[in-house]
Write a protein that binds this ligand. Structure first.
Ligand code: GDP
Ligand code: MN
Ligand code: MN
Length: 248
């Protein structure tokens, strides 16, 4: 465990991000990275830089999108983009809940209409793990520092009101800290606890970012302790009981 307190740095001073922008360079101009930092980046700005955005006027909604949109009261073209982003639809109403090819399950497939010009939508990065890898390499090239990267999105949760930040891609760190086999304070062996550390860090990053016009799409965590574990953040289909219930 690290002795130093964890420091959390919201990265201010970044411009409105456009297609082709080099996010690692822009971020390194604002903050001096250190070895072992964990850099969280909003998926929305990654997608804007990587060109995963599109104008709704170019979208022609199909029959299913029109049918769903009539029930949810949304723009059928927006629903078409959501369907196109999805691998498997788990729920159509009262909102579309779907699984993406990367394994992430989310409301409206994480497609956003905020923090972009009117009539445009922002898609989640189609390969968020690859996105995190390339950002990590970018930071290494620009700063010489090996950092961990988490690509985040704001997501709703089951059972509770309120959205929180979630990790949709990560690189250079393990998703899960595995406590199984450890002993608690009373010597009991822990059998179940796997802590989703990337989501915990993403949650606090999301708090620092804010949702509206704060203009802080990146957050650096310094002095995080290291952890042992694994990267199997997503349930396999056969073990995901909620997914099974929704599909039946
Ligand atoms: P998401 O959670 O990935 O969907 O992203 P949000 O739209 O919630 O934005 C997260 C943070 O990034 C907020 O502080 C936004 O104001 C900020 N943000 C979004 N787009 C930009 C941008 O192009 N430039 C800057 N500087 N900040 C942005
Ligand atoms: Mn989002
Ligand atoms: Mn957000």
């Amino acid at each position: 465990m690290s002795e130093k307190p964890v420091t959390v740095i919201g990265v201010r001073g970044l411009p409105l991000i456009r297609g082709g922008d080099d996010l690692p360079s822009l971020i390194c101009e604002q903050v001096s990275l250190e070895e072992g930092d964990v850099v969280c980046i909003a998926s929305s700005v990654y997608s804007k830089a990587a060109g995963h955005v599109l104008p709704l006027r170019e979208v022609t909604p199909g029959e299913r999108a029109v049918r769903i949109a009539a029930r949810t009261g949304e723009d059928p073209r927006f629903i078409q983009v959501v369907l196109d982003s999805s691998d498997d639809i788990l729920l159509e109403y009262p909102f579309v809940l779907s699984e993406l090819s990367c394994g992430h399950v989310g409301v409206r497939a994480g497609v956003d209409q905020s923090n972009i010009e009117d009539g445009m939508v922002i898609l989640l990065p189609p390969d968020p793990m690859g996105a995190a890898d390339s950002l990590r390499q970018g930071f290494l090239d620009r700063s010489g520092r090996r950092v961990g990267v988490i690509v985040t999105d704001t997501c709703g949760r089951s059972f509770r009101r309120g959205q929180t930040g979630h990790a949709v891609g990560w690189s250079g760190i393990l998703a899960i800290r595995d406590f199984r086999g450890d002993h608690d304070l009373f010597g009991h062996v822990l059998k179940i606890t796997e802590e989703a550390v990337v989501d915990e860090i993403a949650g606090f990053a999301n708090f620092v970012m804010g949702e509206s016009n704060n203009g802080v799409p990146a957050v650096v965590f310094r002095n995080c302790p290291s952890w042992a574990g694994h990267d199997d953040l997503y349930f396999r289909r056969e073990e995901d009981i909620f997914r099974k219930m929704l599909k039946n």
